[in-house]
Design a protein around this ligand. Structure first.
Ligand SMILES: [Cu+2]
Length: 501
């Protein structure tokens, strides 16, 4: 077993183009060769808009077991929502009253959490809304937020990591009238494309390999093969010159620094919580687990280009840690690799104008903040770490019986998140969208100046966010805040808050 696992840890790399290792592959390939590997048609998840019954949009979701064929000849046992792996793209409109009927056909308890949504805590789908095998949970709430790319995933206590890894996740789109009036690519599967990025490891028999080592538990589970919407070596045949990509980092732990291999410019048009004020030109974008971005990319006929990960910039200098004693363990994501291919051989050459202004994302002034709360992210180093313990926030691991914060409804608050560990953690807050005030005192880059629900906090960094918890108070039902590296969340880097009126 050990030998087999070791093989997967080798990463092929040549001429600056790396590939996560397919089963047992330990050779190297040139850039020209590697693009030819990407020939599997990109899977596009089915759209699910439900049925409007008595004024409510009713959507049925069923969690069940399935079989997927990621590796061609070797089937893989997976878990999905209305399918074998992952779930449909749920599409709703601002103002909808939705009822999501979630039936658990698994043999273990599960949940579905609506990530990014401002909804009552009892409908949030966190660890408190556990659905037992055979049971159906009705999540009913109003869609208050505007156009955005949200998502949903399992959030069961201590088993979120394995349940998401096996497939319990999907996207949730919100449309609104304003966004519809903008001239943006918006034909699903044609020029408006979902991309769920996930990395997975496999055993030789084709089964998923989860938590094969202590390293996986400590750093989070990073796989050796990229899946995009559940497709390995994915190729998307571009149809329109201007294409909108809605990218979700749906991985358990891997942080992506995305770029096209020709380093072409693209426009970021949305963050986690919705559209930016105006599109931002960039050539690379960092997405941590849980984060979303919508980008606009122009492909001209004949383009054939890989989307890839390039090693993350090292954070150094004042306030940000270098890798220090954890050196090798922290360098797990230091290899470039290709993710998928965009083949524009048969695309349309018709140009499309891009709106200069998109929307006015909500913002708050620090002057209006009533208080500042501080959250220290802790990983116990040394022997404690080797034993697999020591994950917590403000020195304490998650405890379902303990409410960590009580937030008055409607108060503007600053939350200061301080990373006391040598690795980066994506910090996610339920129920709200926030704005980043600063990172170690410096304002965020343009692409982060929009609504967010997850923020990557680098080692020794201090990030201040500002928000307001609105619309729903419930002294008894808590929301969660946590690291979105799912193995860290499962190991205790999570806390609970209630919103009180
Ligand atoms: Cu973490």
């Amino acid at each position: 077993m050990l030998n087999t696992r070791r093989q997967f840890l080798k990463v092929a790399s040549a001429g600056g183009i790396g590939l996560l290792t397919p089963l047992g592959f330990t050779g190297s390939v040139s850039a020209d060769e590697s693009i030819s590997w990407f020939k599997n048609p990109l899977g596009i998840p089915p759209l699910e808009t439900g049925n409007v019954i008595d004024g409510k949009r009713v959507i049925n979701l069923s969690l069940g077991y399935g079989t997927s064929t990621f590796l061609g000849d070797r089937p893989t046992a997976t878990v999905g929502i209305n399918g074998a792996y992952l779930g449909p793209v749920i599409r709703v409109r601002q103002g909808d009253d939705v009822e999501l009927k979630v039936t658990n056909r698994l043999t273990e308890a599960s949940t579905l959490h609506w990530h990014g949504l401002n909804i009552p805590a009892a409908m949030d789908g966190g660890p408190h809304q556990s659905i037992n095998p055979g049971q159906t949970w009705n999540a009913a709430f109003k869609i208050l937020q505007g156009a955005s790319t949200q998502w949903y995933h399992s959030h069961v206590l201590h088993r979120t990591g394995i349940q998401v890894y096996f497939g319990l996740a999907g996207l949730l789109y919100i449309d609104d009238e304003h966004s519809k009036s903008l001239d943006l690519p918006s034909t699903y599967g044609v020029d408006d494309i979902p991309l769920v990025l996930q990395d997975r490891s496999f055993n030789q028999d084709g089964s998923l390999l989860y938590l094969g080592s202590m390293h996986d538990r400590m750093m989070g589970m990073m796989g050796q093969l990229m899946l995009v919407n559940g497709t390995t070596f994915a190729r998307f045949k571009v149809q329109k010159r201007l294409t909108r990509l809605r990218i979700l980092n749906g991985s358990n732990a891997r942080i992506y620094n995305l770029e096209f291999e020709d380093q072409r410019e693209f426009l970021q048009m949305a963050t986690d919580g919705g559209q930016l004020e105006r599109p931002v030109a960039m050539r690379d974008i960092v997405l941590a687990p849980g984060e979303r971005a919508e980008i606009l990319v122009e492909f001209v006929p004949g383009d054939d280009v890989l989307l890839r990960h390039k090693p993350l910039p090292r954070r150094g200098g004042s306030g940000a840690a270098t890798m220090g004693m954890m050196g090798n363990m922290m360098a797990a994501n230091d290899q470039p690799f290709s993710i998928m291919r965009f083949d524009a051989a048969q695309s349309s050459s018709t140009a499309q104008t891009i709106p200069a202004r998109l929307t006015t994302p909500r913002n708050w002034s620090p002057n209006d903040a009533v208080r500042t709360r501080r959250f220290d992210l802790n990983m116990q180093m040394g022997m404690g770490m080797m034993r697999g313990g020591g994950f917590g926030i403000n020195g304490r691991p998650m405890d379902m019986r303990r409410i960590d914060q009580r937030v008055p409804l409607g108060d503007v608050e600053i939350w200061e998140i301080v990373n006391q560990s040598p690795m980066a953690h994506p910090f996610h807050i339920h129920d709200t969208q926030f704005r980043i005030i600063d990172r170690n005192g410096r304002p965020p880059m343009a692409g982060e100046q929009g609504l967010k629900d997850t923020v990557l906090v680098y080692p020794r960094e201090r990030v201040r966010i500002i928000t307001q918890f609105e619309n729903y108070a419930d002294a008894k039902a808590p929301y969660m805040f946590h690291c979105h590296i799912l193995e860290h969340e499962d190991a205790g880097m999570m806390g609970q808050f209630v919103v009180v009126s």
